[in-house]
Design a protein around this ligand. Sequence first.
Ligand SMILES: Cc1ncc(COP(=O)(O)O)c(C=O)c1O
Length: 365
Amino acid sequence: MDVPLFASRASLEPLLDEVAARQRRVLDGGRYILGPEVEAFEAEFAAYVGAEHCVGVANGTDAIAIGLRALGVGPGDEVVVPSVSFFATVEPVVTIGATPVFCDVDPESWVMTAESAEPAIGERTRALLPVHLFGNPAPVAELMELAGTRGARVLEDAAQAHGARLDGAMAGSLGDAATFSFFPSKNLGGFGDGGGVVTSDPEVEALARRLRFHGSEDKRTHTEAGYNSRLDELQAAGLRVLLPHMDEWTAARRSAARAYLDAGLGEQVAVQAETPGAESCWHLFVARSPERDRLGAALNEAGIGARAYYEVPLYDQPAVQRWRPPEPLPNTEAICAEILALPMGTALDPAAPAAVTDAVRSALS
Ligand SMILES: Cc1ncc(COP(=O)(O)O)c(C=O)c1O
C-alpha cells in the first residue's frame, strides 16, 4: 500500500470552490492589503485560539521577529531557544540582533521544559521561545513561572500547533504571546505564505500592528523601523474557509495517532510522548529509532513516505554555529540522530497506520 508522508490534500478538495469564490470577491473588491478579510480572520483566529488579539503577518518567521520585538526583545538581549526545531525558530532571533542561547529538550516529549531551559538562562535573558514541536505543546505554565522569576517573557512558537491543547487551553493562548505560520503544509495552511502573532496583551498587540506596517499607526509617522509584513487579503479569505474545519481535522489527526499506537507501533520504535496534560495536534507523527536511516530507506522502498527531520541540531547549522553551546546537548543529539516522520494527515487512509506499522515491523525484524 502506497502511503504519502503528508495526507491532507483530500480534505481540502471539497472546499476549493468556496475558497475560489471568496478570493474572487476579493479580486472584485480590489482591496488586497489590510482589508475586511484580514480583519475578520484576525478576530476569528484569536477567538479560535482563545486570545484577545491576532495580528496577521506575512509568514511565521516574520511573526517570531515581530513577536519578539513586541515583547521588548532587542539587540544584545538573550533568547532561550530549543535545539530541536526548524531553522525559522532561531533565524529571527538573530535577524533582530538578539543572541540565541540554545537549550536542550525533554527526552520524551522533545520540547523545552523548565528543567531543560533553566541552565540556559542568564542575566541578559529577555525571552524564552518554546516550540510546540510537531504539534506537541511545551509546558508553557512552568515556563511562564520560570520566566517570571527571571524578568523574561515567553513567546510560543506555535507554527506547528494549531489546535493543540494543554490542560484544556489552546496552544497559543498560554504565553505572553504566540506565533503561528499558515504555510500550506501547516495544520491550518493557506494558499501561500502567511502568519500571525497572537496575544491578549494590548500593548504587545499595538506594537506588533505597528511593526508589521513600517512601524507606523497612521501611515505618516513612523515610530519604529519595522517591516512590510502583512497577511494578504487573498490569503485571509482562503483561511476563513478552512478555519471552521479545524476541530474536525485535529480530531482526525488525533485518531490517526491513536491508530498507530493501537497497531503496536510503540513496541517497534519510540513515539513522541505528549507533554503531561497535553493533546498534541500531531502536525507530524514522528518516531525514533537507532536504525532511523535503514528504516526510512526500507519504508520509502515499500512506497511509504518517511523522512528524517530535524536531523541536525539547530546549533550545528552554519549560520548560528558561533552560538553553539560549549558541550553538545545530549537529548538533542540523540533525538536528532534518530527521528523519522511517518505518514500523517487529516485524510490519512484508516488502514495506513496498521500497514505502516507492519512495514516498520518487517524492516526492523
Ligand atoms: C517551528 C517553526 N517555526 C517557524 C516556522 C516559520 O514559518 P513560515 O514558514 O511561515 O515562515 C516554521 C515553519 O516553517 C516552523 O515549523
